[in-house]
Design a binder for this molecule. Sequence first.
Ligand code: MN
Length: 687
Amino acid sequence: MADFELKIRSRDIGTLLRKIKNSNPDIDLAVIQKAYLFANAAHEDQFRLSGEPYIVHPLEVGLILAEFKLDTDTIAAALLHDTVEDTGTTLDMIEKVFGREVAQMVDGVTKISSIKSRTKATAQAATLRKMLLATVKDVRVIIIKLADKLHNMRTIMFQPPETQERVARETLEIYAPLARRLGMSKISSELEDLAFRVLEPDAYNDIKNSIAQRNTELEAYLDNVRNLLLERLRSLNIDAEITGRAKHYYSIHKKIMEQKKSFEEIYDIRAIRIITSEIRDCYGVLGVVHTLWSPIISRFKDFIAVPKSNMYQSLHTTVIGPDGHRLEVQIRTHKMHATAEMGIAAHWLYKEDPGALKKNNRTLAFLKDITQRPADLRDTREFMKNLKMDLYDNEIFVFTPKGKIIKLPAGATPIDFAYAIHTQVGNTTVGARVNNAMASLKTKLKSGDIIEIMTSKKGHPSESWLKLVASPGARNKIRSWLRRQLEAELKTAEEEKHRDEKRQEDKSGKDDKTVPVAIPQDEQIKLKSISRQKKTGITVNGASNVLIRLSQCCQPIPGDDVVGFITRGRGITVHKRSCPSLKRLSGEPERIINIVWEGSPDTLYPIKVAVEAIDRPNLLKDVADEISLGKTNIIKAEAHVQEGKHAVFKFILEVRSNDHLKEIIARLRNIKNVTDVYKLNEKVILK
Ligand code: MN
């Protein structure tokens, strides 16, 4: 790794350009040449801190991607990636010369850079990683950004120490895990080692030196293993490449720290990788390895049959190798190897067959989706067109004008955003600007949007907002504001009513009971201890008052399944859930709230009951007796006896509950000559 400096200085522009051109036979050389000339002219007077012409940087980034076999547009965009940010070039100019796709990629890379500079990245690394994935519509933008980061990290030694440390930390916390997330382990490993060297130079050098000391012995051991294996495989006509596994300093360091083991314990494990052409050869090789040396059975893993979520496939086994040393063996095909090192970028290398992506690919669901489309869509251009980064499609990431990241559920509007900033901002929101343009409060926000909220002292939430918000937090805050508002209105209404009642003392025949109760936060209202006291009702728990009226249309009583309806300025009316007039009001579902009965057994409710009968002597007396036996009082009675025989009695009875009423009705129905008994207004339901 120490020889990077030399490598960079020795690279001249012609060589780099030639390497890019030679890396992939599918590349359109004319486009690459044009992109190079365009970028070279744009960066003409600029130099890197290394003293090299600036164009070396985009060329190196282009080369990294060319080695990954990415397509012409991506490499062109890589060559152009810093022109918009650092020179007078505009996206329009790029689009005119190179087309829309290239321009959009350059735009994406430029935007990522601006996000980074606006945020305290280290504090929100995980969020930022997710946000990068969610914001970027074309995954090639992330791949370009990672290659850009890789080259900047390779040349980090030219930066001042503070910059080195900041960039290295950002690399370790954001970009290396992002690369790993996309399965690009080759890039993530190198990024980690480069950052590790900056952040912990002593630990880095310790590991590096220890490895160097052990190297000769280890190489000899692995050579022996390799020869034994190759001989056996040749005799079976299996074609395979055998390599020692590249040592990744940072992963050794992490193991030492996490497993609290010594370098020797970690590094003592010898490891080889066997790469075959065909999948069936993988299992053939496995058989050979297990014949030569005894496997540690618990260590065998078949990631070919069950790939990891980042598409990784391989056979893993550990055997007791020559001289009793543990030997770790990975067996995979060339294609699996490409996927293991390049992850998502391997698609461009093996674009003719995305079948391997099909299996068990939970996390990279978008790739699975693509591979399940008809075969004619599998061409790279279509692949890209369809490839939306919906890894995190249930959440979006948006920004305050100062660049703070706000995470919201998908479908969120500026109102959700306002409440996420502060309750008071939410409650006084009157308008919003999204990406510097006036926007309706109904606007569905997208990842990457920058939102500015306009507030006014006169602004306040409305019930309609409940339909616009997607986050539970915002919904609760709106509800709680509406409830406080309601309570305040009701208090005023109740005070007026008090005054009213004082003027009309003892006016009877008032049907509605007025029952102030507290509304708990969970919005489940408990009707407690409703009193018969007619004038003022009672206060429950001394809490603030809300008027509750039992509706006249369905006359609910304890035991009935009821809901509350928040009226405009007249408190809450309690209806039976089945009440027909409630159904007419259900156009405003947010006004309907849950209510449970918690009445004391002594509480009595006036209920209108009708008794139909064929008239006979003593009928009314028998009815009155049964009512009395039913432990209820008659408040009011009416009798209508038709000419001839049919009699209808109407009572207002005081009952305790639904069960109590049923009992009374049953008693009355048993009276001789009674044909029907029912709660008035509900004939159909009770019959
Ligand atoms: Mn760059």
